[in-house]
Design a protein around this ligand. Structure first.
Ligand code: ADP
Ligand code: SR1
Ligand code: MG
Length: 431
């Protein structure tokens, strides 16, 4: 059931290529494109689940134009969705640019009536999923994504902010609850019960889908995770930080699409990126032409998983050391150097808390991409359904264990070691 009373402001209309051309013509930023308006090349490229995205190229520059639709694009008008997500995406991008400048596209224009944002055109960047499917190594990625997460999460937390500033952000992003509801439904609920939205690689994973629906330990664990997602106002999180929200080259990394942003648990962002790296790791069996051809690439992915966590952790702690002047974990009460160790211990305990949450959220993110509504191309593009299901079964095996036996994973190396073991020891499905 979805809320059918979606507010569409007067003046809102869904744009097409000519509508985008006309809109830009009337804006001061038009000059950056160069050439006459009729020479601009405009195409709709939206490959996401929710919105329209047009790429506009002139003779001297380009833009990406993103417009929210009053419904979920993946499903159609039967699933209405508030246009206000464009407002939250815009404000999240502005905050992210403040704290992680150079790691997000710059915003050129925002039109509240049309729920539309014009951004810097990222070119020749590609969506990271596509690069990973092709086996491309991204030497900057671990550094950049961990900086992005450390800076955006730390600076929007009460470790950096006053209580007043922090609560203003909490109040603002509470308005993005419709987007949170999508996550609450499609990640933390539907995969664990019979639901018409769910799908999986049939018939190979029929057993797994049923097992998930019968697994009380898993249900208890995901129930706890859902509550954490709903009630942990730790920082402004991106909210949909998968490898489809990363556009990059070998030299430059940008994070796009923060329309699910809200004040939530830090571990959700870190878990999302690690889950998507691991899903791609398991998918490599479907992308190599000869067995073992992608072994080096597999190892690069696991090394990247380890670096993402360790760099995130150390950078977050560095920021805390440098600018921990927020109202939470008040440094003043620890006073002189004699007590500094106690404060540092407490900060490390916070990072352990984020690690445990990260693991659970990563597991939930992996499970939802295999038996829930929205799958990812890393696995979906594997044509041979037996091979695809083999990769998916391995990912499910790891995810279930991460969620239910989290105590067995004291550090990130335990996760990558188990991923490797699962990938190498669970045999290909036959039948
Ligand atoms: P959705 O919210 O519907 O998921 P995204 O923000 O992920 O939409 O954008 C959809 C696609 O549009 C991306 O996969 C990417 O190919 C393209 N895109 C989005 N933003 C930009 C940009 N700033 N520059 C170039 N391409 C972009
Ligand atoms: C019904 S929308 C499903 C997914 O699309 C978005 O990209 C988010 O990942 C959401 O969960
Ligand atoms: Mg999106």
């Amino acid at each position: 059931m979805h809320d059918n009373e979606i507010f569409v402001p007067e003046g809102y209309r869904i744009l097409d290529v000519e509508g985008v051309r006309q809109l830009i013509t009337e804006l001061p930023i038009a000059g950056a494109l160069g050439g006459s308006k009729d020479s601009w090349r405009i195409e709709e490229v939206g490959d996401g689940n929710l919105n329209l995205v047009f790429l506009v190229r002139g003779t001297t520059g380009g833009f990406a134009v993103k417009q929210a639709l009053p419904y979920v694009r993946l499903v159609g008008e039967s699933w209405p969705l508030p246009l206000s997500r464009a407002h939250f995406e815009h404000s999240a991008l502005v905050h992210q640019a403040e704290f992680a400048s150079g790691l997000v596209p710059s915003v050129q224009h925002y039109d509240a009536t049309l729920s539309l944002m014009i951004m810097e055109l990222l070119e020749p960047h590609i969506i990271m999923r596509h690069g990973m499917i092709a086996g491309t190594i991204y030497p900057r990625f671990a550094d950049d994504i961990s900086s992005f997460m450390a800076r955006t999460l730390f600076n929007t937390s009460p470790f950096a902010m006053s209580g007043h500033e922090f609560k203003s952000l909490v109040a603002h992003f509470a308005g993005n609850s419709a987007m949170c509801k999508i996550t609450e439904d499609v990640i933390f609920t539907e995969p664990y019960m019979p639901c018409e939205n769910n799908r999986w690689t049939r018939p190979w994973l029929d057993g797994w889908a049923e097992t998930i629906r019968q697994d009380d330990d898993l249900k208890r664990a995901v129930t706890r995770l859902k509550r954490k997602f709903m009630g942990s106002t730790e920082a402004m999180i991106h909210g949909d930080l998968h490898t489809g929200s990363v556009m990059l080259t070998a030299e430059d990394t940008r994070i796009i699409d923060p329309e699910f942003a809200f004040m939530g648990p830090m571990g959700f962002d870190v878990g999302a990126i690690i889950a998507n790296l691991l899903l791609n790791y398991f998918s490599q069996i479907g992308h190599e032409r000869n067995i073992g051809e992608r072994n080096d690439y597999r190892e690069w992915i696991l090394l990247t998983v380890e670096k993402v966590w360790t760099l995130f952790r150390s950078r977050f702690l560095e920021l805390w050391q440098e600018k921990g002047s927020g109202d939470a974990y008040t440094a003043r009460i620890f006073g002189d150097d004699n007590h500094a160790a106690a404060l540092n211990q407490e900060r490390e305990a916070w990072m352990d808390h984020v690690f445990v949450n990260m693991m659970g959220f990563a597991a939930a993110k992996m499970i939802r991409r295999i038996v829930g509504i929205a799958h990812n191309i890393d696995l979906e593009s594997i044509e041979d359904s037996r091979i695809r299901a083999t990769a998916e079964a391995r990912a499910l095996q790891l995810a279930r264990d991460l969620m239910v036996n989290s105590n067995a994973y004291p550090d990130i190396a335990a996760i990558t070691t188990t991923a490797r073991r699962v990938n190498e020891t669970i045999p290909e499905l036959t039948g």
